[in-house]
Design a protein around this ligand. Structure first.
Ligand code: NDP
Length: 295
């Protein structure tokens, strides 16, 4: 029940209507019996949105493209890994202070560590955008040998310099040799489901392959990796864990990853962005009832 005491959380980004974060958080609030709601805000002017955060008493925000770095000047404190990464995906309003965190980093690392001992491994990291950046800094903390591959050279060069690692073009497949391969590019994402960032032949038996793309969940890369006998980790693993870390920051309470994963799978399978809701009906010109998808 939403009432005059309901606490407001949300996500700011642009675009943001595809986001699964409202599913993660509203379901978590419901399970915990909290009087809180989480909404998606498609923001055009960050400065105005940030005035609203303070002015309206918003309790916390997820931050997504293109604001993860743009938000830094508005924060009073940056906690943990976010300081080194210089990117924030979580804002928590703590008293009068706006505190920034990065849960993409911990989300990805926890998903990997669930499957392997990460320290000291050689990791092929594909991508040099926001997500690759968060993951790259996390891998460095774990003393991994990171080899970065990206389409555009400038971005790769800049990130590789910060990470202190080597970089190559995304098409240098012959140099892709490692224990772990992480796709942090958007290649393979809907509507380009047939694409994979790498040819199947470079995926070798026993390699751990993580794709952070989650639409679709079983990407072409993961299908190829499975066929080659690799250990595979899909994008929902990172998504669920970064969301659980946000819930912990905002409420001090832990959520089971399996429950969050279930919520996400259910919503994705139904092609909706809301869990558990029945289709609604409209009448066509002949007066017949037709089910419509809620998206
Ligand atoms: P960015 O826009 O910051 O970076 C995009 C990256 O993908 C860049 O490295 C870019 O290369 C590369 N890229 C995009 N299109 C192509 C292409 N056609 N061919 C080769 N490379 C390409 O996005 P993010 O880093 O925030 O997100 C990347 C992906 O990760 C998205 O699919 C996003 O949905 C997913 N994601 C998943 C999360 C999860 O929890 N599972 C969390 C965050 C993101 P270039 O530098 O050359 O442009």
């Amino acid at each position: 029940m939403i009432n005059a005491h309901t606490a407001l959380y949300g996500i700011i980004g642009n675009p943001v209507r595809h986001s699964l974060s409202p599913v993660i958080h509203n379901e978590a609030f419901r399970r915990m019996g909290l009087n809180a709601v989480y909404l998606a805000f498609e923001v055009s002017h960050l400065q105005e949105a940030m005035r609203g955060v303070r002015g309206l008493g918003v309790r916390g925000l997820s931050v997504t493209i293109p604001f993860k770095t743009q938000i830094l000047p508005y924060l009073d404190t940056i906690e943990g890994a976010a300081g080194k990464i210089r990117a924030v995906n979580t804002l928590s309003v703590e008293g009068q202070r706006l505190v920034g965190y990065n849960t993409d980093c911990s989300g990805a690392l926890e998903a990997l560590e669930e499957n392997m001992e990460l320290v000291g491994r050689k990791v092929i990291l594909l991508g040099a955008g926001g997500a690759a950046r968060a993951i790259g800094f996390g891998l460095k903390e774990k003393r991994c040998e990171v080899v970065l591959f990206n389409r555009s050279r400038n971005r790769a060069e800049a990130l590789a310099k910060e990470l202190g690692c080597v970089h190559h073009s995304l098409s240098s497949f012959h140099k892709m040799d490692g224990d772990v391969l992480i796709n942090a590019t958007s290649v393979g994402m809907h509507p380009n489901e047939k694409e994979s960032p790498v040819p199947k032949r470079i995926l070798t038996k026993g390699m751990v392959v993580m794709d952070i793309v989650y639409r679709p969940v079983r990407t072409r890369l993961l299908q190829d990796a499975e066929e080659q006998g690799c250990v595979t980790i899909d994008g929902l693993e990172m998504l669920a864990r970064q969301g659980a870390a946000q819930v912990l920051i905002w409420t001090g309470r832990r959520q089971e990853i399996s429950r969050i994963r279930e919520d996400l799978r259910r919503v994705l399978a139904a092609g909706r962005t809301e869990p558990g809701r029945k289709p609604f009906f409209v009448r066509d010109e002949s007066g017949n009832k037709r089910a419509m998808k809620r998206c």
